[in-house]
Design a protein around this ligand. Structure first.
Ligand code: TMP
Ligand code: ASP
Length: 239
């Protein structure tokens, strides 16, 4: 597989084309951003462990019958993935109130929700990724009604699988964000990454935050908690 042109530079990774037009290569950087890129940081080796964590999780999800973009880890920082035409929606599932949900609805962080919820943000940096409802997404031509229904079913299935993966290693899945899109055969599949950058993960016993909130809100131990999640994943599931 030959790595060709840089197609896209994201906040935490770069995406390269390859000599196979259905595949591309993700290269994970050590950078972290928050609040639409306003806050910047990093720690040495973040890209390596996020790459590996996302790949452990994608392999486990594949075993649960969830279609993902994962093909093969190429190196510490690089992974071969299916090229996906991303649907510009951030799909967020929540099991416990936190973050923008707690703020918007005045619900104390850590309050268990009566049932898991889903919401969408319109992926658009200029607009600051605004919350969008499914009718708006259809009206704007971002997705069809059928696409939305499929995405919802997929997202809740991923939630069930992820909750199990994490509780096995003593971690509660509070909420998470995924991105989905169409592969070259027109299937809607899971893309982007799943890592402590994109999930809220709390230690099941102590409720210690083991995710990017440590960076967002300057809670300290940013790198340490990523290593903690990585070590627990590797110990239980292997690399
Ligand atoms: P929120 O509570 O800030 O809306 O975040 C919900 C979840 O989505 C949380 O696990 C963090 C994740 N997330 C991202 O991965 N990228 C983003 O740009 C935002 C705003 C949230
Ligand atoms: N707003 C995102 C976050 O807080 C990251 C970013 O957009 O820079 O996770």
């Amino acid at each position: 597989m030959q790595k060709l042109d840089l197609m896209y530079t994201g906040k935490a990774k770069k995406v390269y084309s390859t000599d196979d037009e259905t595949l591309c290569i993700f290269e994970y950087k050590d950078d972290a951003t928050a609040f639409n890129g306003e806050k910047k940081g990093s720690f040495e080796g973040k890209g390596i462990i996020n790459n590996k964590m996302a790949n452990i999780i994608f392999r486990l999800l594949e075993k649960e019958g969830i279609r993902t973009h994962f093909v093969e880890q190429l190196s510490d920082r690089e992974t071969l993935v299916k090229k996906v035409n991303i649907i510009p929606l951030e799909v967020i599932i929540r099991n416990v109130a936190a973050g923008s949900f707690s703020k918007r609805y005045g619900v104390k962080e850590g309050t268990a929700l009566e049932s898991s919820t889903i919401e969408f943000s319109y992926k658009n940096d200029d607009l600051g990724d605004p919350l969008i409802n499914s009718y708006h997404a259809v009206a704007l031509g971002i997705a069809t009604r059928e696409n939305i229904e499929e995405i919802k079913t997929l997202a809740f299935k991923i939630n069930d699988a992820l909750k199990k993966i994490f509780i096995e290693i003593g971690i509660k899945l509070i909420d998470f964000k995924i991105e989905v899109g169409f592969d070259s055969e027109g299937n809607i599949i899971l893309s982007d990454e799943i890592s402590p950058d994109t999930c809220r993960l709390w230690d099941a016993e102590t409720n210690k935050k083991l995710d990017k909130d440590r960076f967002r809100f300057d809670l300290g131990e940013f790198g340490d908690v990523y290593h903690e999640v990585f070590n627990r994943l590797v110990e239980k599931y292997g690399e």
